[in-house]
Design a protein around this ligand. Structure first.
Ligand code: ASP
Length: 331
């Protein structure tokens, strides 16, 4: 009798707990998000990662019914911002929109305060962006061949701007210097937004950056463009030759971007974010703006956690032997 009562007494709270638990799980799925979400860009405002993030965040916020606020935390090639998200509460309210640096960082930086290989739940890939080789508008070179000759002549007398070791602009600069066979003086910034301001002002000489930052400045004549780093010319900049056409075959690079949540974020939250990302990447205005900036959203099936994780991990594996063979580390 006593045993039966005890069992009954235990069963009631257990059932109540179960009953309470089931709707809670469903509730998280149905109600997330209940407040605004922050998306951290690990580079300064005004640069290409920032531009992509702001366009995507606006449409995602509409689909989620809550604003997505963009926060810029630049420095150390994007690792300062990435660390902040990796260490945040895994509840879906603090996200990271990063680029190819997620593939290079684990090999380039040997001492990090976060797990750069496993510390995130990918939400989905966003876009792959071409780069352009650009210089201050009064640089004494009219085409890529003349620029190459100038780099060989001036060497470290020329200042090459980038967004920190492991940033896309840094990698593109390494490719350029290797192709030309000459080192320049490199000048790190917290992002290529502020680097662009200095390039336009003529304080630095050269840069290589995503079209999402350079297109409008090239069209306005504020900087001089020499080549685009893709096998085909871009409809958005039809007069700009490819690196192969301009005399540096093999110098091809595009910059992939993806959205991440901290490791441990519940799958239903990650999936809800991924659905909102897919909606954003289908948005007509966003697609048109991306096209005007020389890029396009990834196909819908790539804006998923699985596709992003596979691509990210493959990129880490791709860069590791290259970086180890070069023996050049950021720390
Ligand atoms: N485009 C920059 C880079 O070099 C980063 C940025 O400012 O978005 O990676």
């Amino acid at each position: 009798m006593l045993r039966r009562r005890l069992l009954a007494a235990l069963a009631v709270p257990a059932m109540a707990a179960l009953a309470a638990f089931a709707p809670l799980g469903a509730q998280a799925q149905n109600t997330f998000p209940t407040r605004s979400i922050t998306v951290l860009v690990p580079f300064a405002a005004g640069g290409p990662t920032d531009t992509v993030t702001r366009l995507v965040a606006e449409v995602m916020g509409r689909d989620l019914g809550q604003p997505m606020v963009v926060e810029n935390v630049g420095g150390a090639g994007g690792t300062l911002g990435a660390a902040r998200v990796a260490q945040a509460k895994p509840d879906g309210y603090y996200l990271l929109l990063h680029h190819i640096g997620m593939g290079t960082t684990p090999s380039l930086y040997r001492r990090l305060s976060y797990d750069a290989v496993n510390g995130f739940e990918p939400v989905g890939l966003v876009t792959e962006v071409p780069m352009t080789i650009i210089a201050r508008k009064d640089i004494p070179a009219n085409n890529l061949q003349e620029l190459v000759a100038l780099i060989r002549k001036e060497g470290t007398g020329l200042n090459y701007a980038h967004a920190g070791v492991g940033a896309a602009s840094h990698l593109c600069g390494l490719l350029l210097q290797t192709a030309v066979g000459t080192q320049m003086t490199t000048v790190p910034y917290r992002g290529t937004g502020p680097a662009m301001t200095d390039l336009i002002g003529g304080t630095v000489d050269l840069m290589c950056d995503q079209t999402t930052n350079t297109t409008e400045h090239i069209r306005a004549g504020a900087v001089r463009a020499f080549a685009v780093t893709t096998p085909q010319r871009l409809p958005s900049l039809p007069d700009l030759p490819t690196t192969a056409e301009a005399g540096l075959p093999g110098m091809e690079v595009t910059v992939w971007h993806a959205l991440y949540a901290p490791k441990g974020t519940p799958a239903d939250v990650v999936n809800r974010l991924s659905r909102a990302l897919q909606v954003a990447l289908r948005d007509e205005k966003l697609v048109a703006r991306f096209a005007d900036l020389g890029t396009a959203p990834v196909a819908q099936e790539r804006a998923t956690p699985e596709a992003a994780r596979a691509f990210w991990q493959a990129d880490i594996a791709k860069w590791r032997p290259i970086i180890e063979a070069a023996g050049q580390y950021a720390d």
